[in-house]
Design a binder for this molecule. Structure first.
Ligand code: C2E
Ligand code: MG
Ligand code: MG
Ligand code: MG
Length: 284
């Protein structure tokens, strides 16, 4: 433990990265245990962050983002508990539930007249499940949702470092589900895999969007990803857009879609519907 930190920071803001290896294991184990059955106890919810067409500002899709509210400790960030759930295997059941929720939600939006696409984060551990593709296609069928209304997101680092089981992705894709590579540009990968893997969408990592300041100076990586996508005929979605300047620069560079606090934070599904409704009223 870094003493200087421990002294300066109040106990409540004690950061996990300041813990020793043993403490970290203990936190991991405690989190894993607390997470067991969290879904059955109604501690999990799914929020949705709108994804807009950058040129028109219209909402075209929404990303499902998991939230966990522990009865004593309150909201726990996905970046803290998702890795734990991956290691414990708990992500398989939770991920199945998120997919089911998202698919039912897209059916509800469509019934309300909003033909949105939903995009869902899927961990490598889920792709190892032999029945994943069959389950997802079954859920779409039961909900009456076309496969084109679902995008599955897998992080670039998962694709590369864990050599994910691509069979499930191929099956989903041949049924019409689209595949996105999340956090693209952070995986230190060779680009060769892009031509081998079933991919439709590249999500430009928030870190590269944050560098866009309107001067063009920080634009190298974002521009390279967008060009690459254009050559490979993939769609790009820019993550973490917070300013008008970033949105304008991304649009000028040729990115089609984006998401970020500039447009909306992750919100309950009714708020996505309300946003679509307001845009429809404005257009009418
Ligand atoms: P991600 O898939 O890259 O999701 C984008 C993250 O960026 C979300 O964090 C979102 O709330 C945040 N974000 C969006 N716009 C902005 C912005 O303008 N500024 C800033 N600073 N942040 C923004 P969140 O919800 O905390 O999720 C973190 C990560 O946890 C996700 O990153 C994803 O990798 C993982 N995750 C979330 N839900 C699920 C899930 O259901 N299953 C799996 N396997 N992973 C999930
Ligand atoms: Mg994502
Ligand atoms: Mg991302
Ligand atoms: Mg991420």
């Amino acid at each position: 433990i870094a003493m200087s930190h421990a002294v300066r920071s109040p106990a409540s803001t004690f950061a996990i990265h300041e813990l020793s290896m043993n403490d970290r294991r203990a936190v991991d184990a405690a989190l894993a245990e607390a997470l067991e059955g969290a879904q059955q106890r109604d501690e999990l919810t799914v929020l949705y962050q709108p994804i807009v067409d950058l040129a028109s500002g219209r909402v075209v899709a929404a990303e499902a983002l998991l939230r966990w509210r522990h009865p004593l400790h309150g909201a726990i960030s996905p970046s803290a508990f998702i890795p734990v759930a991956e290691r414990s295997g708990e992500i398989v059941g939770i991920g199945r539930w998120v997919l089911e929720q998202a698919i039912q939600q897209v059916a509800a939006w469509r019934e309300a007249g909003a033909d949105l696409t939903v995009t869902v984060n899927v961990s490598p551990r889920q792709l190892q499940e032999p029945h994943l593709a069959r389950e997802v296609l079954g859920a779409l069928e039961r909900a009456g949702v076309p496969a084109r209304n679902l995008i599955v997101e897998v992080t670039e680092s998962a694709m590369v470092e864990e050599a994910v089981e691509v069979a499930a992705l191929r099956r989903l894709r041949s049924a019409g589900v689209r595949i996105a590579i999340d956090d693209f540009g952070t995986g230190y990968s060779s680009l060769q895999y892009l031509t081998r893997l079933p991919v439709d969408v590249l999500k430009i990592d928030r870190g590269f969007v944050a560098r866009l300041d309107g001067t063009g100076e920080g634009a190298a990586i974002a521009e390279a990803v967008i060009r690459l996508a254009q050559i490979l005929r993939l769609t790009t979605v820019a993550e973490g857009i917070e300013t008008d300047v970033q949105a304008a620069e991304l649009l000028a560079l040729g990115s089609e879609r984006g998401q970020g606090y500039l447009y909306s934070r992750p919100v309950p599904p009714e708020e996505v519907a309300a946003l679509v409704e307001r845009q429809r009223d404005l257009a009418a």
